[in-house]
Design a binder for this molecule. Structure first.
Ligand SMILES: [Zn+2]
Ligand SMILES: [Zn+2]
Length: 594
């Protein structure tokens, strides 16, 4: 573990150092260029520039070879603390750096708005002809960089500070490794990542679209995407019923008064859309479902005998995201959470937490995820609710993780002000981690809404409240699924499970007759009756990632059979229609990939 951390640390310094080398090469080519920020990131680095013209692929090649020369020249990375005046002098022609200096100097506060004990520190790093406002760390000398293990990847537009009202800069992405072989492996992985990019696949497979004229960050589910979503929702509902949840439905808008009471207008206003006026009152689109569930809770006097209550909703919410950060289905402005709220007594909390954790893992496993990592976030300094309640909640989370034997990390003090939480990250087929599930305690809302239940002692008590979303949102989860499977969904999730491929025109009627049987058996099926040759039809079905192809010609027609060919190239061959139906239904029931 320690060694692993150490390696990560070293790669981090290495990549940060290469980003400085790149910036030097870029500024040599464009002396009037302005530099913004250039951090190391996972598997690489980037640097943002304002340049007199858009960069071409030839530019990148030139910059990359100049970088190799700079590396070979063997420059030291030299750290120096500077005063504010010195910093302003050094970066007098670099407006973005001056703005960063303003930020560091003027903020002078920590993330809670409390003044920092010490004066903010300004530091620079020099290497070769480049100087950066930078805290480091860096390698000692450019010679530590392996010139055969660096590569510039691409240029993308990036708004300064992710703000679309600020200038659009050119961001050069690059990567750096310790060995040429690691670089090669990374490039192969990167190619696979691009192939599986959900933004491309949802278009190629005709699943979803986004429309500039309809509004950025709002997803449109086409019929085929809609089929998959329907399967996911049906499965989700069935599981929740088994898990003793109740399914509820609530409105999409609510009055300002409600959002005032819940506190959202205080601490969440920036993520909410402008109000609309209805009969002289302000209404807001809901960014969360919670206050609505609380209103329902409060429709009657609750007794401890009724608890726990588990209320789930596929609730569609709208949140403002800056247009610069929108990203396909991963970051959208309207989405459907697979939300639920659990209201229970202190005695029930331990069982409930274990139960919801297990429930979540079961659900995620059903979708083909097997590798989980949990993050537990505990009580921050600024918080609401008694420490004792926090302690109990955290213990119940910790215990549940232990019982399930999951690897986890603790983010001490990293919880929201209103309660501790756990996040579950899953590893996808390419080894990337995605945060899906969140199980979050809330000591704030029950207080704000004065929620109570009558206990065994006949007195009023405050219930515990837990928010949980297991898949997260259907939109983002779908994006993750598309990338995990590269669009080749398991049979139960495939929007077209079977394609019938008649060899010649005279087999088309038979193909339709078989298709009708399959449809009646509950399969999603289509007939490729185009005039294409059989090989072309098979290729086409493979492009569409349809799990089963059934070829029908004279022999099949005479015998009342079909000839099965699978997406992965396997050819189980001729079988009766009933045999095929049994095989497909089995794969669906078992949620097999094929
Ligand atoms: Zn730096
Ligand atoms: Zn909630």
């Amino acid at each position: 573990m320690a060694e692993h951390e150490h390696e990560k640390d070293h790669l981090h310094r290495l990549r940060h150092s290469v980003s400085h080398v790149m910036a030097q090469a870029v500024l040599e080519k464009f002396p009037e260029g302005k530099v913004a920020i250039g951090p190391p990131i996972e598997k690489g680095f980037y640097y943002d520039f304002e340049l007199p013209r858009p960069l071409t692929p030839e530019d990148l090649e030139g910059i990359e070879s100049r970088m190799r020369e700079i590396v070979a020249e063997g420059h030291d990375f030299v750290y120096q603390e500077v005063s504010e005046d010195e910093a302003r002098e050094i970066f007098c022609e670099q407006p973005y750096k001056l703005e960063l200096i303003d930020g560091i100097v003027s903020a002078g506060t920590d993330e809670y708005g409390e003044p920092l004990d010490e004066a903010p520190k300004l530091s620079i790093y020099r290497s070769g002809s480049f100087v950066d406002l930078c805290r480091g760390p860096h390698v000692e000398n450019t010679k530590e960089i392996n010139p055969d293990a660096i590569k510039l990847l691409n240029v993308a537009g990036a708004y300064w500070r992710g703000d679309e009202r600020r200038p659009m800069l050119q961001r050069i992405y690059g990567t750096a490794w310790e060995s040429a072989q690691e670089l090669e492996e990374f490039l192969a992985w990167q190619e696979e990542v691009e192939k599986r990019d959900h933004r491309r696949l949802i278009k190629d497979l005709d699943l979803l679209s986004f429309h500039e004229e309809g509004g950025a960050g709002l997803a449109y589910w086409h019929p085929l995407g809609g089929r998959i979503r329907q399967v996911i929702e049906d499965f989700w509902r069935a599981r929740h019923r088994e898990g003793d949840y109740e399914i509820v439905y609530t409105p999409h808008i609510g009055k300002a008064q409600l959002w005032q009471e819940s506190g959202h207008l205080g601490f969440y206003r920036e993520s909410m859309y402008s109000p609309m006026d209805i009969d002289g009152a302000e209404y807001f689109l809901k960014p969360m479902n919670c206050p609505f569930h609380i209103l329902m809770y409060k429709t009657s006097l609750r007794s401890y005998r009724e608890l726990p209550l588990r209320w789930a909703e596929l609730g569609t919410v709208y949140r403002y995201e800056r247009s610069g950060v929108l990203h396909g289905l991963m970051r959208v402005r309207g989405f459907t959470q697979d939300d639920a709220h659990i209201f229970c007594t202190p005695e029930q909390i331990e069982d409930e937490v274990l139960r919801v954790l297990r429930f979540s893992l079961d659900l995620l496993r059903a979708f083909g995820f097997a590798d989980f990592h949990v993050f537990l976030s505990t009580m921050p300094e600024k918080h609401v609710g008694e420490a004792e309640r926090w302690e109990q909640a955290q213990e119940s989370l910790r215990k549940a993780i232990d019982v399930e034997g999951l690897p986890y990390e603790v983010d001490e003090g990293g919880g929201a002000f209103y309660g501790p939480k756990i996040d579950i990250h899953v590893k996808d087929a390419l080894g990337r981690r995605w945060q899906l599930t969140t199980i979050q305690f809330d000591f704030n809302m029950p207080e704000r809404f004065d929620m109570t239940y009558i206990g065994e002692d006949g007195k009023e008590h405050r219930p515990y409240m837990v928010h949980r979303a297991l898949l997260g949102s259907l939109e983002r989860f779908f994006g993750v699924l598309v990338e995990h499977y590269g669009g080749a969904f398991p049979v139960w999730l495939s929007p077209v499970q079977v394609v019938l491929i008649p060899i010649a025109d005279r087999h088309v009627d038979y193909a339709y007759a078989v298709a009708e049987q399959l449809r009646a058996a509950g399969l999603w099926v289509k007939v490729d009756d185009s005039g294409e040759r059989m090989q072309a039809k098979i290729r086409d079905a493979q492009m569409q990632k349809i799990p089963y192809m059934l070829v029908v010609g004279n022999r099949e027609m005479d015998a009342g059979q079909v000839n099965l060919r699978r997406r992965d190239g396997e050819v189980p061959g001729a079988m009766s229609v009933d045999e095929f139906i049994a095989l497909a239904q089995d794969a669906i029931a078992e949620r097999c990939v094929l």
